[in-house]
Design a protein around this ligand. Structure first.
Ligand code: G
Ligand code: G
Ligand code: MN
Ligand code: NA
Length: 256
């Protein structure tokens, strides 16, 4: 309970929360094509608290909507600064939780924020996990996603392949991209079953005109194998860990 109060205070002051960025690269030429924004909380006594720990806490105590709003505000203001600096325009992908999609008016909050910073909608990508799509509280996920995509957002399914969901939703849902979960990448290229699954996902995505980013790429062997299979994009420690806005900005300058 003390931790919830600390989180509330952190949200009110804003100074303990940071947004870090992990780059995404094309496998054609290695160029930087996007980045995922990941929340970090520097607790004054506990040190770094993982979003895996504080996001469930935020959800239980009604703090997910303000926390999600903070992320969107940060990402939009960062995009605006990079835009003003004349840096290459790459999509920043934010993670959207089930509660965020259901509660509040996510779409109008986002569009008001982007309009304030004069950032094109296309540059704020939204990552939704399969479990969000399956969350029974999110009965009206489909119209909300359609509306967000019609506005111009790109939408990705995060942790793809781990959510026990039926594949039939892919035909129905307005989605641009699959983020292949790192569980399938870890044992590449040696594991025959994982290689078969990754190959099948890539073929299916191609048939459905969806792009794919493979997550958790840590070794040159994994990268080379994914390239051989025709995977368009990769994200992982081999390319970059999640880093501060200053560090990722240096990478953007190298691309310019
Ligand atoms: O970066 P890290 O491995 O610590 O992230 C742990 C988990 O927290 C990941 O599943 C990631 O998607 C999630 N996460 C990180 N930032 C955000 C965020 O801003 N919003 C939501 N909903 N989840 C996030
Ligand atoms: O659930 P989601 O895909 O949003 O989680 C993103 C998290 O995955 C990031 O917080 C990051 O710390 C972690 N991650 C990113 N790249 C790698 C990687 O190459 N290896 C491992 N083990 N974790 C990674
Ligand atoms: Mn993600
Ligand atoms: Na993921």
């Amino acid at each position: 309970l003390e931790l919830v109060n600390d989180l509330r205070a952190a949200l009110a002051h804003g100074d303990q929360l940071e947004l870090h960025y992990q780059t995404q690269h094309s496998l054609k030429d290695g160029s930087l094509v996007g980045m995922e924004a990941l929340m970090r909380w520097r607790h004054p006594r506990l040190g770094m608290v993982s979003p895996g720990d504080f996001i469930p806490l935020a959800e239980r105590h009604g703090l997910m909507t303000p926390l999600g709003a903070w992320v969107i505000e940060q990402a939009a203001s960062q995009l605006a600064r990079w835009q003003q600096a004349g840096l290459p325009r790459v999509t920043v992908w934010v993670n959207i939780s089930a509660l965020q999609l259901i509660q509040g008016d996510l779409e109008s909050r986002i569009s008001a924020c982007l309009a304030r910073y004069k950032v094109p909608t296309r540059l704020l990508g939204l990552e939704l996990t399969e479990s969000v799509l399956l969350d029974e509280r999110a009965g009206d996920v489909y119209p909300r996603m359609t509306s967000l995509r019609d506005k111009g957002h790109q939408i990705a399914i995060d942790d793809f392949g781990t959510g026990y969901s039926s594949l039939s939703y892919l035909k129905r849902l307005p989605v641009d991209k699959l983020k292949l979960d790192r569980a399938f990448v870890r044992a590449l290229p040696d594991d025959q079953a994982d290689a078969a699954i990754v190959g099948a996902v890539l073929a299916m995505a191609k048939g459905l005109s969806l792009t794919v980013v493979a997550e958790g790429v840590e070794t040159p062997a994994q990268r080379d194998y994914l390239r051989k299979l025709g995977c368009p994009e990769v994200q992982g420690f081999l390319f970059s860990r999640p880093v501060t806005s200053g560090e990722v900005e240096a990478k953007l300058r190298q691309e310019a």
